[in-house]
Design a protein around this ligand. Structure first.
Ligand code: MN
Ligand code: MN
Length: 307
């Protein structure tokens, strides 16, 4: 089962301006072939379908623990998409959508993912940067643990390729932070699957890393994550379970060459993370009679009854 924590995995800077096209680009990291929906879907169903869980415990635990991290990545990217579509943090809810006879949202005709505004009011959805739906064809669960781990290794390497390309299109700090953090975490996951494959096959597949060959230190937003050792850390995302991942992520194994040196470390539980930004209400979702104060009044009454 899953436990939910009302935090993002990292602290995100607020966007400097509203930029729905940047939000659309970031959608690639959510619902693209190598996006978070794909990594989540793969590890989720592989962990559900895993045979001989007790006999293959370290490998089952690895896939299960990384599943939980991917769910948090989905949350992180989704929040960032909505933040970019929204613009700078703003608690002042506008009272209405403006004069509807004067095309108050005319600019939305020209954004890349116009459906993101028309159907989802600027929220994120499981689609890629062109609005194509994510689907289960992006999930591989073969029942063969080596083939599945090899697929996962490829998936993490492919995801880093896409993250780099999306990063290279981004000027906004919110989008850049998400790409940089996920590049570091993708490196950890690729490394972890490589070490798992080495345990099972004897092949030192981690020597292929980093694939693609990205110097993370050349990305300014990656440096603080490298400095604090995120590239050496794997989380169990559980109060008591999945500790067996130490059999794979640990022992004699060290950080990848090129990254800051140090021993690999398993952290029991979840990272401290960062706050979820408050986004203002969306007049366009309620036009023409948006009355946020009435909604807030109902919510305040309900919350009061809990005390
Ligand atoms: Mn991820
Ligand atoms: Mn991953």
């Amino acid at each position: 089962m899953f436990l939910r924590i009302d935090r993002l995995q990292v602290e995100l800077p607020a966007p400097e301006r509203q930029d729905p096209n940047a939000g659309a680009a970031l959608q690639e990291l959510l619902g693209g072939k190598y996006g978070e929906m794909s990594t989540l879907g793969n590890y989720l169903f592989q962990s559900f379908n895993f045979r001989s869980k007790s006999k293959l415990r370290p490998f089952y635990s690895l896939v299960a623990a990384i599943t939980a991290e991917e769910l948090g990545h989905l949350e992180l990217v989704s929040n960032a998409v909505a933040m970019l579509n929204n613009g700078p943090d703003n608690d002042d809810d506008e009272a209405s959508g403006g004069d509807i006879s004067d095309a108050p949202f005319a600019a939305m005709q020209d954004i890349r993912l116009a459906g993101g505004f028309f159907a989802h009011a600027g929220g994120a959805m499981p689609m890629n940067s062109n609005g194509a739906s994510w689907n289960m064809d992006f999930v591989t669960t073969t029942g063969n643990v080596i083939v599945d781990l090899l697929h996962n290794f490829h998936l993490e390497c492919g995801a880093r390729l896409h993250k780099l390309r999306v990063y290279e299109t981004m000027r906004d700090p919110t989008g850049r932070e998400v790409c940089a953090y996920l590049l570091v975490r993708g490196s950890v996951h690729a490394h972890a699957y490589a070490l798992a494959l080495k345990q099972l096959t004897g092949v030192a597949i981690e020597q292929m890393l980093p694939t693609p060959n990205i110097d993370l230190d050349a990305i300014p937003e990656c440096r603080k994550y490298l400095g604090e050792g995120s590239h050496r850390r794997l989380y169990t995302f559980s109060p008591d379970d999945y500790r067996e991942i130490k059999a794979i992520w640990g022992g004699e194994e060290m950080a990848l060459p090129g990254d800051p040196e140090g021993e690999l470390e398993v952290v029991e539980g979840a990272p401290e993370g960062g706050r979820i930004h408050q986004l203002s209400g969306v007049p366009s979702a309620f036009t023409p009679d948006y009355a946020p104060e009435e909604l807030f009044e109902v919510a305040t009454l309900l919350t009061g009854r809990m005390r």
